[in-house]
Write a protein that binds this ligand. Structure first.
Ligand code: ADP
Ligand code: MG
Length: 281
C-alpha cells in the first residue's frame, strides 16, 4: 500500500455548541470551536487539554455519539451516514475506549460476551465456534492470558486495568482501523498505567492503527504520540510534532500546562520506565 492509500480519519472544522437553559434564559456554550485534523493509520495524535476543554466532545463527535453543530467527519475522504448500515460500517472502522473501565462493561455479561457481540455483528459469516475462537484470540492479544481463565468471568471479577484491556479488545473486535482513546488510563492505578499504554502502542504497531490519544498528561502524550494538539476552551491553540511541542512550547497555555506537570524530571523517569518495560524487565 502506498502512503497515499493509507486509511485516514479526518475532522474538518468541527464545531459544537451546547444550549444551556436556566429558568427561562438560554445561553450557548461553545464547547468545540473549529477543530480540524487528519489522523492517518499507523499514527498517534495526542489531544491534550485540561478538564472541560472539549476533548470528550470531540471524541463523541468522532464516534458519532454527538452530532456536530457544523463541520464534517471524513473516513477515507468520505462522509458517511449517521444511521443503520452506514453507521455500523463506520463503527467497524472507528472504535472508542472510554475513560471509565467500571462503567463501560455490562456487569451482567461475561467477558467473552463483550467480544462475541461485535464479532457477530461485524462478521456474520463466522460460525458460533469461530466467534468464540476469535474472542479468545482477542483476549490473548490484550494479554489476558490464558484467555479461558477470563472468558466466562464477569466484569466485577476483574481489576480496572484488566477491564480496560477488555475494552481495548472490544474496540479491536470489529477490525477497527482507528481507536479514539478518551483518557484511557486516567482512572487506573498509577502503577499499571504504563502497561496499558504500552499494550495500546504494541497493538497499534501490529495492526497499523490510527490512535487519537486523549489525555491531560503531557509526559505520556509525548512518549506515545507522533503529534500533539493542545486544546484550550475548545480551540486548538498549538499543534506539532510531540517532541517539539513539549521541548519548545510556543503558546502560553502549553507553557502553563507544562509548568503544572508534576515535575519535569518525570519526563526522564517515565522514559526510563518505558525502556525497562519494553526490555521486558
Ligand atoms: P473534557 O473532556 O475536555 O473534560 P468535555 O468535552 O466533556 O471536556 O466538555 C467541554 C465543555 O462542554 C464543558 O464545559 C462541559 O461542561 C460542556 N458539555 C459537555 N457535554 C455537554 C452537554 N451534553 N450539555 C451541555 N454541556 C456539555
Ligand atoms: Mg473528558
Amino acid at each position: 500500500m502506498t502512503d497515499q492509500a493509507k486509511p485516514t480519519l479526518e475532522a474538518r472544522h468541527l464545531v459544537k455548541d451546547f444550549t444551556l437553559r436556566s429558568g427561562l434564559k438560554t445561553s450557548k456554550l461553545h464547547a468545540v470551536k473549529d477543530v480540524s485534523f487528519t489522523l492517518e493509520a499507523g499514527r498517534t495524535i495526542a489531544l491534550v487539554g485540561e478538564s472541560g476543554s472539549g476533548k470528550s466532545t470531540i471524541a463523541r463527535m468522532l464516534m458519532k455519539l454527538e452530532k456536530p453543530t457544523s463541520g464534517e467527519i471524513l473516513l477515507n475522504g468520505r462522509a458517511s451516514g449517521n444511521h443503520g448500515g452506514e453507521l455500523e460500517r463506520y463503527r467497524s472502522d472507528v472504535q472508542m475506549v472510554f475513560q471509565d473501565p467500571f462503567a463501560s462493561l455490562n456487569p451482567f455479561h461475561t467477558i467473552v460476551h463483550h467480544l462475541e457481540r461485535p464479532l457477530r455483528l461485524h462478521h456474520p459469516e463466522l460460525s458460533g465456534s469461530q466467534v468464540r475462537e476469535r474472542a479468545l484470540e482477542l483476549l490473548e492479544r490484550v494479554r489476558l492470558s490464558p484467555a479461558e481463565h477470563f472468558a466466562d468471568r464477569r466484569p466485577h471479577e476483574l481489576s480496572g486495568g484488566q477491564r480496560q484491556r477488555v475494552a481495548i479488545a472490544r474496540a479491536l473486535a470489529p477490525g477497527a482501523r482507528f481507536i479514539v482513546a478518551d483518557e484511557p488510563v486516567s482512572m487506573l492505578d498509577v502503577s499499571i498505567r504504563l502497561g496499558v499504554l504500552n499494550l495500546l502502542a504494541d497493538l497499534q504497531r501490529e495492526d497499523d492503527l490510527g490512535v487519537l490519544y486523549i489525555t491531560h498528561d503531557l509526559a505520556t502524550a509525548r512518549h506515545f504520540s507522533d503529534e500533539i494538539m493542545v486544546l484550550y476552551h475548545g480551540d486548538v491553540v498549538e499543534r506539532g510534532p510531540a517532541d517539539k511541542v513539549i521541548l519548545d512550547p510556543q503558546h502560553d497555555y502549553t507553557k502553563t500546562l507544562l509548568g503544572a506537570a508534576p515535575d519535569p524530571e518525570n519526563l526522564g523517569r517515565l522514559r526510563d520506565e518505558v525502556r525497562r518495560e519494553l526490555a521486558g524487565a
